[in-house]
Design a binder for this molecule. Structure first.
Ligand code: C2E
Ligand code: CA
Ligand code: CA
Ligand code: CA
Length: 280
């Protein structure tokens, strides 16, 4: 720390510089990664709690960096959102996930496969987003009703008129919309009624403390009931233990994901899992 006079101290740390350089490097590498086709998707199964069957997957992007090793999406998605790279990146994710869904479903004799894809609010901001989704559906032959777009609650809060229009357009294509990490943002019940949302994904932070902290158990139960009373499906994320699964089943939660069933897995493995019609 050095004094700038007047008793004010600013902290200079060499790491701050590294941080910026690293960001710029990542940004640059990411552009290359997209162009060279280096990004990969992993797939985490979604389980129907009534039948214990794998009904589909959530696509989660992975970046195997040639030098740094595997980079976590939480370390590069925010950068891609700032630079706008999220738009081509998200488009690639959507296309690849739909392409795989169609392939796996065909291999399994046409058994329907639900594919969930994460969408950034930055993608939604683009006036041509719904059009680009329609184009992907047409190109890949993905039936619209098997695609679910996941977006966080912030979508419901920001620039609501434009977002509402965009969501209505997407719904018009016949796909389903999910609110991701539900319960962590500030979506009010009024927004839930206003926006054409089909599914609530209960955030892992609630599931984590199920049966441990009474308030979290009560909140989870409330979200499941809320979903039911609004005619929405509920998906619990981050199930790691049998006790959590049992509690969610009892509450009547419809679907689940989590390490208890499976971690996100590479495409080849996911394809096999679906083909076996696995009951996890
Ligand atoms: P998310 O959409 O909430 O995805 C769930 C995250 O929780 C994933 O992390 C998943 O691997 C992890 N997870 C699943 N089950 C469990 C569990 O039982 N225990 C624990 N501890 N973790 C579990 P991941 O793959 O690192 O992704 C992190 C976030 O990055 C995602 O959170 C999503 O917000 C974002 N993301 C990933 N792929 C994409 C993408 O293609 N586009 C966009 N816009 N965001 C993405
Ligand atoms: Ca998600
Ligand atoms: Ca989530
Ligand atoms: Ca989450």
């Amino acid at each position: 720390a050095k004094s700038t006079g007047g008793g004010v101290f600013t902290v200079y740390h060499p790491r701050m510089r590294d941080g910026l350089v690293e960001r710029l490097e990542l940004e640059n590498d990411l552009r290359g990664a997209l162009e060279r086709g280096e990004l990969r998707l992993h797939y985490q199964p979604t389980i129907d709690l009534a039948t214990s069957q794998v009904i589909g997957f959530e696509a989660l992007v992975r970046w195997p960096h040639p030098v740094r090793g595997m980079i976590n999406p939480l370390d590069f998605i925010p950068i891609a959102e700032v630079t706008g790279q999220i738009v081509p990146l998200g488009h690639w994710v959507l296309h690849e996930a739909c392409r795989q869904a169609v392939e796996w479903s065909a291999a399994a004799g046409g058994r329907p496969l639900k594919m969930a894809v994460n969408v950034s609010v930055r993608q939604l901001d683009r006036a041509d987003f719904a059009e680009s989704v329609a184009q992907v559906l047409a190109e890949t032959g993905m039936p619209a009703d098997r695609l679910c777009l996941e977006m966080t609650e912030s979508v419901l809060m920001t620039d609501t008129e434009a977002n509402l229009e965009q969501l209505v357009r997407l719904k018009g294509l016949g796909l389903t919309l999910a609110i991701d990490d539900f319960g962590t943002g500030y979506s009010s019940l009024a927004y839930l009624r206003r926006f054409p949302v089909d599914t609530l994904k209960i955030d892992r932070s609630f599931v984590e403390r199920l049966g441990v902290i009474a308030d979290d158990t009560a909140l989870t139960d409330t979200i499941v009931r809320l979903g039911k009373s609004l005619g929405m499906a509920t998906v619990a994320e981050g199930i790691e233990e049998f006790g959590q699964l049992a509690a969610l089943r009892e509450m009547g939660c419809g679907f689940a994901q989590g390490y208890y069933f499976s971690r996100p897995i590479p495409a080849a493995e996911a394809g096999r899992l679906f083909l076996e019609g696995a009951t996890v």
